[in-house]
Design a protein around this ligand. Sequence first.
Ligand SMILES: [Zn+2]
Ligand SMILES: [Zn+2]
Length: 300
Amino acid sequence: MSDYHLHLHPHGRAYEWPPLGEYPAGLIESYVDAAAARGVSELGFTEHLYRTDEGAAVLGRFWDDEPRRDLRDHTEAMVALDAGLSLSKYVEAILAAQERGLPVKLGLEVDFFARSIDAVLDLLAPYPFDFLIGSVHWVGGWSIDSPEVTFEFDRRGIDQAWEDYFALAIELAGRGVVDVLAHVDLPKKFGHQPNTEPLHLYRQVVDAAVASGTSVEVSSAGLRMPVQTPYPSPVFLKMFFDAGVGITLASDAHVPELAGHEHTMLTTYAMGAGYTEHLRFDRRVKKPLPLTWPQGSSQS
Ligand SMILES: [Zn+2]
Ligand SMILES: [Zn+2]
């Protein structure tokens, strides 16, 4: 079993370990050990591209076109607080861990902005990534999963917010530029959900993923949020399964203690949708492996 969505730094600056942009001895080992205690034996690291100096230079001030000043200001401040990682140092840290024999894969969490995605791909091309996960955290300049700006769901309306998010998620799924879609029904994070599940939006993401050969993650991160359910929802995940879209399992941990979080539950959840396999990625090539409960797992 594997966890293919892991970060090596918490968000913001209110943490002491690890130092910003550094990868001290033992850091990656601490994730491997925590995951192993949950029976999870392969770890795919996926740092946020936007937090790296190299990524930020390519993405630019993507929030500048946002007409709502409060959303624009929030994103500018948030991005500044998250900034300061180095893409090249991150890659070196993961590759060095591989050389030490640790069961880790080199991934990256890439935000989708239509305007800069081609330049992002040019930036990433020289690096030996095993897989890329693709995310929509920003709708225009609105950070849709930040608790400080959830008022936008009321201002825009929940249905419209979901339409706006999914327009981007559908485009990302169809581009085929990433290997795996991350937390694909993210707007539900704080409980802002349409009265009925928007199956017409789900259908378009699934069809786009099929056409482009993109996979989807099953993530326990939603369990730690107010919505208290995995991403994607059971109905959405069943649609992916019925269409033949492959899965990875994911914790979206930003600290070692959460590596492999709830992977026993996630395995049962994926099996409930019909899945019998999950995916391993090597240098952007996917390989199905049997979906089995984590070995000797005793923790959530
Ligand atoms: Zn994310
Ligand atoms: Zn993440």
